[in-house]
Design a protein around this ligand. Structure first.
Ligand SMILES: [Fe+2]
Ligand SMILES: [Fe+2]
Length: 336
């Protein structure tokens, strides 16, 4: 009797069409971004403020990585995406320190969560949890690349945007936070889509990266909802505008109406206009050499972006201020 092979994304199809890959993407979304999982990741914040513990990875048999584990995607395309992802993950130290500086005047405990502790001379005396988890990503991607090519790979030296005070700390953090959420969201979508095109050990490694990105996305998103209660609709519009920057003009459908952004009703003012923000997505997609991808691959990733966004929007629209307060507030907010 025919027994389909199954993996972390459901049924494995070695020459998948769009609908088979779509089924794998949906399966992964249900598994890794279920409402229970998202709630769990947000409710984990107070515990991590109190006693930060990096998430443990499953045991990985790195030697088992092989080209047959890439499914329905040319190996050279897969490798160039891994290389691009590696370039966007680094330099994590700069990213965490910039975020720490923006957060410090507004939420010192969250600042410590992302960027650790600094002494009077500006030296890091303790790493932030976000950095401890994210810094495993670049070596993991490099290892996949090396195992598949027998070549060492070094990430391109890029400089992350440094901290700059513009208006006031609250507004500055808002703009910075939009970029951060967009980066975690796009990384989560990319790794989820790559999982739909892999199996075996490569897929297991990507699952670890996906879990971290979802964890960080949820924590940053929830914190944003709590600090900027009127920013929810604006965040979605911002992410949609990011997706629009990578769509061919002819495909520009009204994503906004698809997501039914008016479902909450009422007026929501945005703390800053979208057009002031440069495209986080365009930078990432050019690192991934997006223009060279097949129409099918681009369509699959855009499908992932939209479905994950829809799910996040639906989830976050149900979070009450009291619930967010219980997850995000720390004693300093009550004057203790
Ligand atoms: Fe990452
Ligand atoms: Fe990340």
């Amino acid at each position: 009797m025919y027994q389909p092979t199954r993996d972390l994304a459901g049924e494995v199809c070695f020459r998948p069409n769009f609908f088979q890959t779509k089924a794998r993407i949906n399966y992964l979304i249900d598994e890794y971004l279920s409402p229970e999982e998202l709630g769990d990741r947000l409710e984990d914040l107070p515990r991590q403020f109190e006693n930060p513990q990096p998430r443990q990875w499953a045991t990985i048999n790195w030697q088992d990585i092989n080209p047959e584990q890439v499914v329905g995607l040319e190996l050279d395309v897969f490798l160039s995406i891994i290389k691009g992802a590696l370039d966007t993950e680094a330099p994590i130290r700069d990213y965490t320190q910039t975020s720490r500086q923006y957060l410090e005047p507004i939420h010192p405990t969250m600042a410590k969560f992302v960027g650790g502790e600094i002494n009077k001379d500006g030296k890091i005396i303790e790493l932030g949890l976000w950095e401890k988890e994210e810094r495993l990503h670049t070596p993991a991607l490099a290892k996949i690349y090396q195992q598949l090519t027998n070549q060492k790979i070094i990430p391109q030296l890029r400089t992350a945007k440094s901290y700059q005070a513009w208006e006031n700390p609250y507004q500055d953090l808002y703009k910075h936070g939009l970029h951060r959420v967009a980066t975690e969201y796009s990384a989560a979508c990319l790794y989820l889509w790559l999982m739909s095109h892999t199996t075996g050990t490569i897929q297991e490694i990507l699952a670890e990266l996906l879990k971290d990105e979802v964890n960080h996305l949820v924590k940053f998103w929830g914190m944003g909802m709590w600090l900027y209660p009127h920013g929810a609709k604006h965040l979605i519009q911002y992410l949609l505008s990011q997706i629009h920057t990578i769509l061919p003009i002819s495909c520009e459908v009204s994503l906004q109406s698809q997501l039914n952004l008016n479902e909450r009703g009422g007026e929501e003012t945005s703390p800053c206009p979208i057009k002031l923000l440069k495209s986080t997505f365009q930078r990432m997609m050019s690192a991934l050499d997006w223009q060279s991808w097949s129409i099918l691959s681009r369509g699959e990733l855009i499908y992932t972006f939209i479905w994950v966004l829809k799910l996040m929007w639906h989830w976050s629209s149900q979070l009450t201020p009291e619930y967010l307060q219980s997850c995000c507030a720390t004693p300093e907010f009550f004057g203790e």
